[in-house]
Ligand binder design. Structure first.
Ligand code: NAP
Ligand code: GLV
Length: 313
């Protein structure tokens, strides 16, 4: 009998297990404290696996990642060689685009400026630019970035994108690779980071790069990071928000999570903090997605959305 092991930290492992058992009656679904033979586990479904999570799993056909991002998983010291399938899901994508649209629209309408004026009881009629006069630069045009681009285009924003390899998304001006990075930044008023965290993208949101963004939006350029905290240098963000290099920042992810209470980011009136909730994997769609993958793979079909370990995403 095919065996699926769940190894989830910080999420409702019991809830996921119950739903998998309903969806896959032909599969033996076990949790780490159940009685099972590790050598007979075919699939392991993981989130934040502990160091011993993969010990003894010698017959694995795949590691299934509850997260869309696999950066932490790839750093696991005893990660087995089995293929890693990541979560790619319409519900997750829609929620991420909702977050991006909300933040971008708020900044385009100069929210920070008017909040400051309100607190100071100051009536200053400055006029936010039209969406069509605001350029949103999206870093990463994968499952999430491409959808956010389409949603923003539909609202009338100008959209430019940056990816590792060239992409063709109708209406999006695409820049690719390091050689075109500065040109991408120079065309961007509101920067949205939806990159995977890899050695190449670690610390990419730093003071030097903030200085290369277009300075057309009242108050200064804005960054929105909904990817990973490892992309950002928080000391640089704090400095840039203070000296006007950046007008504002919306951050859903942090170098250390939960964001420590002592972080100055909590207290800045031009920084919008959310606790890594931009797009959380949904139990219903997640179980449907991975169950279909297990079933198809057991029937001889190839695994979809397998990450490339050498590339890091
Ligand atoms: P994806 O489909 O793998 O897309 C990644 C994109 O980034 C691709 O366009 C890729 O370029 C580009 N890229 C990778 N390395 C690059 C580099 N060095 N230079 C330029 N572009 C580079 O990933 P996704 O599904 O869109 O997810 C992106 C990330 O979002 C995840 O890795 C995860 O960390 C994060 N996330 C956060 C939340 C949250 O709640 N905050 C939720 C889900 C996911 P190519 O197209 O050329 O390969
Ligand atoms: C969440 O951050 C994910 O990677 O799915």
């Amino acid at each position: 009998m095919t065996t699926l092991l769940l190894h989830l930290s910080d999420v409702d492992e019991a809830g996921w297990t119950e739903r998998y058992r309903e969806a896959l009656p032909e599969v033996r679904v076990v949790r780490r404290d159940d009685d099972y033979d590790p050598a007979r586990v075919d699939y392991v479904f993981v989130w934040k696996p502990t160091p011993e999570a993969f010990d003894g799993l010698s017959g694995l056909k795949a590691v299934l990642s509850l997260g869309a991002g696999v950066d932490a998983l790839l750093k696991h010291p005893r990660l087995p060689q089995a293929p890693i399938v990541r979560f790619v899901d319409a519900d997750l994508t829609e929620k991420m685009s909702d977050y991006v649209v909300a933040q971008v629209t708020m900044h385009q309408r100069l929210f920070t400026r008017f909040c400051r004026d309100q607190r100071a009881r100051r009536w200053t009629q400055i006029y936010p630019p039209a969406a069509s006069n605001t350029k949103v630069g999206i870093m990463g045009l994968g499952a999430l970035g491409a959808d956010a681009a389409r949603r923003l285009l539909g609202l009338g924003f100008g959209v430019v994108g940056w990816s590792r390899t060239a992409k063709a998304i109708e209406g999006v001006t695409n820049f690719a690779g390091e050689a075109e990075f500065d040109a991408f930044l120079a065309a961007t008023d509101i920067l949205v980071c939806l990159l995977p965290l890899t050695p190449d993208t670690t610390g990419i949101l730093n003071y030097e790069m903030f200085g290369k963004l277009r300075r057309k939006l009242d108050g200064g350029p804005v960054i929105v990071n909904a990817a990973r905290g490892g992309h950002q240098r928080e000391a640089d963000i704090i400095k840039a928000l203070d000296d006007g290099t950046l007008g504002a920042a919306s951050l859903d992810v942090f170098e250390v999570e939960p964001l420590p209470a002592a972080s100055p980011l909590w207290g800045l009136d031009n920084c919008y903090v959310t606790p890594h909730i931009a797009a959380i994997s949904n139990i219903e769609t997640g179980v449907r997605y991975f169950s279909a993958i297990i079933r198809a793979h057991e029937a001889g079909k190839p695994l979809p959305n397998v990450i490339d370990r050498a590339r890091g995403y």
